[in-house]
Design a protein around this ligand. Structure first.
Ligand code: NAI
Length: 337
């Protein structure tokens, strides 16, 4: 059986997920694509799914009887309306992160889905599908390094453009760490603090870069994440987990080692799309298989809510410089792990 999917938002990742569904994932087909820019939707359809319809709105796409599942890849601020609409139609929906830009909208989605009593939403946090993070979690869960005490992490981009704001360093960048550490440690955050080291001269004037975000979890694990988005040299994701018995370090993607002119070197990626390309493939295949099996596996609406609440508090901590508490609503029993 081929799962018939509609895509809302034909930008960079909407195009990439359309290509992925048509060319990489098995058992899926894109049957409709839309965008506020309909010409752009038609362009992506022509490129990867020439038979796809181009309905005039996201709502019209969701209502199409042949659309069995929806992928939402429009701008973050528009995600909640489409996810809620999909839930109204009882249709499965894969929503790129963030689930919503307001924690209140995430809460609405959580409550709506819990009231339906059926899990229909998967949030596009792809790091739990990365083979490196999976290996790390497996080792932690097997008790190989004992109880986890600390995590030292870094999220570095070569550079960011004028439209990138300091808040985005949390909501667009750090948010991946906020999600993956909850999953990797099976824990929740209780507080956040942000400190700013010496500012790099390579940042645009409106940016304070780098920064260090310090998180504390319920179990008392301390996590420090360096976010440095003008590091110049590449896209670099680091994670070292320190436990009672040892340290486990996220493996780097395989790269050829070159020995030449009295130097030993290997390439560092510069594009995030390449760094996690395999994870996106596995993630979407899992969504398609999950829909068919009636059981989704990836990040839940609850995970989307938790990431959003934690991100809001980190933004507050950027401004206040203080240790800010992170409090979540009670988790509906529906999402019990
Ligand atoms: P983009 O700006 O390239 O594309 C967004 C598209 O959505 C544009 O074509 C725009 O016209 C369309 N759009 C905006 N409002 C709309 C609406 N109300 N209805 C229909 N279409 C609408 O942005 P990009 O990079 O593709 O990101 C899209 C989403 O995916 C964002 O939420 C972003 O955070 C997320 N994302 C997630 C990544 C991940 O690693 N999981 C990576 C890149 C993006």
């Amino acid at each position: 059986m081929t799962l018939k999917i509609g895509v809302i938002g034909a930008g960079a990742i909407g195009e990439d997920h359309t290509r992925r569904c048509m060319q990489v994932v098995s058992g899926a087909e894109i049957v409709a694509i839309t965008d506020v820019n309909l010409a752009r939707a038609r362009e992506v359809a022509d490129k990867y799914a020439p038979d796809a319809k181009v309905p005039e709105s996201g709502e019209a796409l969701i209502a199409l009887p042949e659309v069995e599942a929806i992928i939402v890849t429009s701008w973050g601020g528009t995600h909640a309306q489409y996810v809620l609409e999909a839930l109204k139609h009882g249709k499965y929906v894969f929503c790129e992160k963030p689930l919503a830009t307001e924690a209140e909208d995430c809460r609405k989605i959580v409550e709506t889905e819990a009231a339906l009593g059926r899990r229909l939403v998967q949030v596009g946090f792809m790091r739990p599908y990365d083979s490196g993070y999976r290996a790390l979690k497996k080792l932690i869960d097997a008790g190989e390094i004992g109880e986890v005490l600390m995590v030292h992490a870094a999220h570095r981009n070569a550079r960011v453009g004028e439209n990138y704001t300091i808040q985005m360093s949390v909501t667009d960048t750090l948010v991946h760490e906020l999600d993956v550490f909850r999953w990797m440690l099976a824990d929740d955050y209780v507080s956040a603090q942000v400190v700013f080291p010496r500012r790099t001269s390579k940042a645009l004037p409106h940016m304070r870069d780098p920064q260090i975000i310090m998180l504390e979890t319920r179990k008392g694990i301390r996590i420090d994440v360096e976010v440095f988005v003008n590091c110049q040299y590449g896209y670099d994701i680091k994670c070292a987990v320190v436990g009672e018995l040892g340290e486990a370090i996220l493996p780097l993607p395989a790269a050829v080692e070159v020995r030449k002119s009295a130097k030993q070197s290997c390439e560092i990626m510069t594009d995030w799309k390449d760094r996690f390309i395999a994870a996106y493939d596995v993630e979407l295949q899992d969504f398609v298989d999950g829909v068919k099996a009636g059981k989704l596996n990836g990040a839940t609406s609850w995970d989307g809510y938790c990431a959003s609440v934690a991100a809001d508090v980190c933004v507050k901590a950027q401004e206040s410089g203080r240790i800010e508490p992170i409090t979540m609503m009670d988790r509906p029993a529906f999402y019990d792990r």
